[in-house]
Design a protein around this ligand. Structure first.
Ligand code: MGD
Ligand code: MGD
Ligand code: SF4
Ligand code: MO
Length: 766
C-alpha cells in the first residue's frame, strides 16, 4: 500500500507521479533533493527533478537520474541469502525467507549472550546513508552491546566526526554551514539574506560531493549572484579554476595554512574587533600561538604561494559578509581537529558566524539523535564499561567525545588482530565473535590496509550485512545478507546534517511496493522487538515512529510531512544574541566561557592542546628519512569525488560506468613524461606499505609533484570468489594508506596524504 495520503501523488492515464526526497539506498548523503518518480504498472519508469523543491529546484545528479537502473539491476540482491561459514569467499549463496534470516540472527545473538557476553558483538557503519540515523541503535538496543555504537573502521573518525567534534568544543553548537538561504522559502530573494562577497572553499569539492546535506550546486547559485571564490585545494578543481585565489597546498598541511591566515588577520588588523571583544575567548593566546607562522614559513611547509595566502586572507576579511565551506580533507590529516580549529577561528575572527551571508549555526540537537542517544543509554553500567577503548590512552579526545561512535578504528583493528599494546596483565580482553555491517563495504573503500581487515574479520563466528548489492566484503566474509529496499520502495525522512543544523525535513515517500526487501529501520524494529522487546513497545512501524518523533519535536505529523514533501525549519540570524544557542537561555555560546573558544577550556581536560598546531603527516617528504623520500619522490592525495559514483557503489550500473569506466590516477604531463607514461596507460602507484594500479589521466589538475588517486574501486564484472574478490585488491587506493597513523586526537585517517612512486604497469586482471 502506498501512504494513505495524496498530496504528493498525482495520477494521469494510469501513470502515477510521486514527489519525494532522495536519500539511500543507493548511497548518498542526506541532501534530500526533490525527485518526481513516474510509476507505471508498479515500476518506477522515470526519475526527474522536482522543480517545486525549495532547495534543489529540479536539479539532480546522474546518480539519482539512474535510480530506476539501480532498482531493476539484475545484480541487485532481492531476497535474504545465507551461506555456510566454511563457504566464505565462495559464491555458494542460498535464498532464504526473512523469518529464517531473523531466526538465524536471534539464535546467534542469544547464543553469544549466554556463552560469551554481548560485548563480543560489534557493528561497522559506513558514511551518512539513511542507515546512519538508525544503525547505531542496533548495537545497544537490539544486541545489548556497547561495541555496537561505532562508525568504524574509519567513517566518523576520518570524516565529519573531527569537524563535528571541534565545533562542539569551540562553538558548543551543531555543525556550522554556509548560508545559502536554505532556511527561507523565498530563498535568495528573502530580504534578510545577503549574498556573500567571497566564499572560501577549503578542502571540499561540493559541486561533486554534495556532502552531509549541503546542496553543492548552491555554490553556483551564489556565484551567479556575484560571489567570488577562494579555494584551498592541492588540485585545480573546476571551482579552483574559477577562483580569485587558489591556495594550492601540499596535502595534509591545512593547519599550517590556517595558522598563517590567522597571523595575517591579526597583524594586519583585519579582524572584527567588536565581535571578538564581545563573543570570543582566548584571542591573545591564539595570537601567541600563530606568531611564528609567517607567510615564508607557511610556504616552506605547505608550498602555498605567500601572495596567494596574503591576498586571500585580505579579500576574505575585508569583504563583508563572506562565507566558507570546510570539507573532509581537513579531517583526513594528522592535524585534523587542529585544521578544523583554524577554520572556525578564522570565521569567528572575521565575525561571520550566524550573520546574513555568513555561516549559520544551530544547537547540536536532533530529534532522532536524541532518541538514538536514549536508546544507547539503555545499556547497564556494567555493560557500557565493556566498550573497547584504546588501552594506551592515546586517543583521549576521541574517547571523551566520540561524536560519531564508540570504538576508534585503529583500536578495533588492533583488538581484532589480538595486538593490544598497553593492556595491563590483569585486563584480559575478550574475543570478538559477531559483526553486523550497515552501509559499508570496508574492503573496497573504508578500511586502510584492507588486507589486514580481511584477515582480522575472517575468524569471526558470524557476520551479517544489510546491503542492496553483492560486494567484495560480503563475498569475502559475510554469512547472511539482508537485502534492502531503495528509497523509492520505503517510507523515510531526510534530515540534512543528520539533524545537526538541519534546514529542512524531507519526506522520503514510498513510490512502489518492495518485493522481498526491507529498510534498515524496518529491520531494526523487527529485530528490536525480537531481542529486547521491553525497549520496543512504543511503535510497530517506521511510519508510527516518524509520526511520534515529529509530533513531539515539531508539532506536525508524518502524514503532513509526506503531503508537503518538504518542511523548512524556522530560523533567524544572530542566535547568540537571543540566548537560543545555550541551554540556560542566556546570550552567548554553549561553552564554558559562554563565548567562542579560540582557546578551548575543555580540551585540556582531555589532555589536548587548547590551541591549534601543526604536525607533519607520518608519510611526508619532511617526516621520512631522506632515503625513503628519495625512493618515493611524489606526494599523493586520494578520493576527490566524482558525480556518478558514491564511494564503492555504482560500479555495476551500466550508465554510470559508461561515464567513468576505470579507476583514474591524475598525473601532471611533466611527471608523466619523466616516467614514460602516456594517457590511458595502466600505472602502478607504490608506497612503503603497498601498491595499486590505476589508469593514467594526464592532466594539469595536479602539479608535477602531486598525483591524485580515485578510491573505492572494485570490478563487479570480474570473478567474485576469493582470492580475486572482484579485483578488490588491484586498484584499491587504501593498499597505500597506513593504520595507526591517525590524527593526534584519535580523529582523522591519512586517506589524503602520503608519498609514493609510480611506474607503468599491466592492467588489472579480467
Ligand atoms: N559523488 C559522490 N559524492 C559524495 C561521496 C562520493 O563518494 N561520491 N562521498 C561522500 C562523503 S562520505 C564525503 S566525506 C564527502 C566528501 O566531500 P568533500 O568534502 O567535497 O571531499 P573530497 O571530494 O574527498 O575532497 C575535496 C577536495 O579536497 C582536496 N584535497 C585533497 N587533499 C587535500 C588537503 O590535504 N587539503 C585540502 N585543503 N584539500 C585537499 C581534493 O583535491 C578535493 O578537491 O562527499 C560525499 N559525497
Ligand atoms: N582512499 C580513500 N579512501 C576513502 C576516502 C577517501 O577520500 N580516500 N573517503 C573515506 C570516507 S570520507 C568515507 S565516509 C568512507 C565511506 O566508506 P563506506 O561508507 O563504507 O562506503 P562503501 O564502501 O561505498 O559502502 C557502502 C555500502 O552500503 C550500501 N548502501 C547504500 N545505501 C545504504 C543504506 O541506506 N543502508 C545500508 N545498510 N547500506 C547501504 C552500498 O550498496 C555499499 O555496498 O570511505 C573512506 N575511504
Ligand atoms: S545530491 Fe545528487 S545523488 Fe544526492 S540526492 Fe541530490 S541528486 Fe541525488
Ligand atoms: Mo565521508
Amino acid at each position: 500500500m502506498l501512504n494513505d495520503t495524496s498530496g504528493f501523488i498525482s495520477e494521469e492515464d494510469g501513470t502515477i507521479k510521486v514527489r519525494s526526497c532522495a536519500w539511500s539506498p543507493p548511497g548518498d548523503h542526506p541532501v534530500g533533493c526533490g525527485v518526481i518518480l513516474t510509476v507505471k504498472d508498479g515500476k518506477v519508469v522515470k526519475v526527474e527533478g522536482d522543480p517545486t523543491h525549495p532547495i534543489t529546484n529540479g536539479r539532480l545528479c546522474p546518480r539519482c537520474l539512474a535510480l530506476d537502473e539501480v532498482m531493476y539491476s539484475p545484480e541487485r540482491i532481492m531476497h535474504p541469502i545465507k551461506r555456510a561459514k566454511e563457504d566464505r569467499g565462495k559464491d555458494k549463496w542460498e535464498r532464504i525467507s526473512w523469518d529464517e534470516a531473523y531466526d538465524m540472527i536471534e539464535a546467534k545473538v542469544r547464543d553469544i549472550w549466554a556463552n560469551w557476553g554481548a560485548e563480543t558483538i560489534f557493528t561497522l557503519v559506513g558514511t551518512g546513508r539513511e542507515c546512519t540515523l538508525y544503525a547505531p541503535v542496533y548495537g545497544p538496543a537490539v544486541m545489548n552491546t556497547p561495541n555496537g555504537n561505532s562508525t568504524a573502521p574509519f567513517s566518523g573518525q576520518a570524516c565529519y566526526g573531527p569537524r563535528a567534534t571541534i565545533s562542539n568544543y569551540l562553538l558548543g553548537s551543531g555543525y556550522p554551514e554556509m548560508d545559502f538561504a536554505q532556511y527561507f522559502p523565498d530563498r535568495y530573494d528573502n530580504p534578510q539574506y545577503e549574498v556573500p562577497r567571497y566564499l572560501l572553499i577549503w578542502g571540499k569539492d561540493p559541486i561533486y560531493s554534495n556532502p552531509d546535506g549541503f546542496f553543492g550546486h548552491s555554490v553556483i547559485d551564489i556565484m551567479k549572484r556575484g560571489t567570488k571564490l577562494i579555494v584551498i585545494d592541492p588540485r585545480v578543481t573546476w571551482l579552483a579554476a574559477h577562483a580569485d585565489y587558489h591556495l594550492q597546498l601540499r596535502p595534509g598541511t591545512d593547519a599550517a595554512v590556517g595558522m598563517g591566515m590567522i597571523k595575517i588577520l591579526i597583524e594586519e588588523d583585519l579582524y572584527d574587533h567588536e565581535f571578538v571583544n564581545l563573543w570570543c575567548y582566548g584571542f591573545d593566546a591564539l595570537y601567541e600561538r600563530v606568531k611564528e607562522w609567517t607567510p615564508e614559513k607557511v610556504q616552506k611547509v605547505t608550498w602555498v604561494d605567500p601572495e596567494q595566502l596574503i591576498g586571500a586572507t585580505r579579500a576574505f576579511a575585508t569583504n563583508k559578509p563572506s562565507t566558507a565551506l570546510w570539507g573532509v580533507a581537513l579531517d583526513q590529516s594528522r592535524a585534523s581537529t587542529q585544521a578544523g580549529m583554524c577554520f572556525l577561528d578564522i570565521i569567528a575572527l572575521c565575525g561571520y558566524l550566524d550573520v546574513p551571508g555568513g555561516i549559520v549555526l544551530s544547537k547540536p540537537t536532533s530529534f532522532i539523535g536524541q532518541w538514538r542517544y536514549d536508546m544507547s543509554n539503555t545499556l547497564s553500567e556494567e555493560m557500557a564499561a565493556k566498550v573497547i577503548k584504546d588501552p594506551t590512552g592515546k586517543y583521549k579526545l576521541f574517547n571523551a567525545s566520540a561524536a560519531m561512535g564508540g570504538v576508534q578504528g585503529d583500536t578495533l583493528l588492533n583488538y581484532l588482530e589480538g595486538e593490544l599494546p598497553g593492556f595491563r596483565d590483569d585486563e584480559v580482553p575478550f574475543k570478538l565473535r559477531m559483526c553486523w555491517m550497515f552501509g559499508t563495504n570496508p574492503l573496497a573503500c573504508m578500511a586502510d590496509q584492507p588486507q589486514r581487515w580481511y584477515k582480522a574479520l575472517l575468524p569471526l563466528d558470524f557476520i551479517v550485512v544489510n546491503d542492496i548489492f553483492m560486494t567484495p566484503t560480503i563475498m569475502a566474509v559475510a554469512d547472511l545478507v539482508l537485502p534492502l529496499s531503495t528509497f523509492a520502495e520505503h517510507n523515510g525522512l531526510v534530515t540534512p546534517h543528520f539533524g545537526r543544523n538541519t534546514h529542512m525535513i524531507g519526506a522520503m515517500n514510498k513510490a512502489v511496493e518492495p518485493i522481498d526487501t526491507k529498510s534498515d529501520l524496518e529491520i531494526l524494529i523487527d529485530m528490536g522487538k525480537r531481542l529486547r522487546p521491553e525497549l520496543w513497545q512504543e511503535f510497530d512501524t517506521a511510519e508510527e515512529f516518524f509520526d511520534q518523533k515529529l509530533q513531539a519535536t515539531y508539532g506536525f505529523g508524518y502524514e503532513e510531512l509526506c503531503n508537503d514533501v518538504v518542511r523548512q525549519m524556522p530560523f533567524h540570524y544572530r542566535k547568540y544574541e537571543t540566548g537560543e544557542l545555550r541551554d540556560d537561555g542566556q546570550p552567548g555560546f554553549q561553552t564554558p566561557s559562554g563565548r567562542i573558544e579560540l582557546y578551548s577550556m575543555l580540551l585540556p581536560v582531555v589532555d589536548e592542546d587548547p590551541l591549534p598546531y601543526f604536525e607533519e603527516p607520518e608519510y611526508s617528504p619532511y617526516s621520512q628519512p631522506l632515503g625513503v623520500v628519495f625512493e618515493f619522490p611524489l606526494v599523493y592525495t586520494t578520493g576527490g569525488r566524482n558525480l556518478c559514483m558514491f564511494h564503492s557503489e555504482h560500479r555495476q550500473i551500466p550508465s554510470m560506468r559508461a561515464m567513468h569506466k576505470d579507476p583514474l590516477v591524475s598525473i601532471h604531463p611533466q611527471t608523466a613524461e619523466k616516467y614514460g607514461i602516456e594517457d590511458g596507460d595502466w600505472v602502478t602507484i607504490e608506497t612503503p606499505l603497498g601498491k595499486c594500479t590505476q589508469k593514467a589521466k594526464i592532466t594539469l589538475m595536479v602539479t608535477p609533484k602531486l598525483i591524485h588517486l580515485e578510491h573505492g574501486w572494485w570490478f563487479p564484472e570480474q570473478d567474485g570468489e576469493a582470492p580475486n574478490l572482484f579485483g578488490v585488491w588491484d586498484a584499491n587506493a587504501n593498499n597505500l594508506i597506513p593504520h595507526e597513523s591517525v590524527g593526534i586526537t584519535g580523529y582523522g585517517a591519512p586517506y589524503k596524504n602520503g608519498i609514493c612512486k609510480i611506474y607503468k604497469a599491466e592492467g588489472p586482471k579480467g
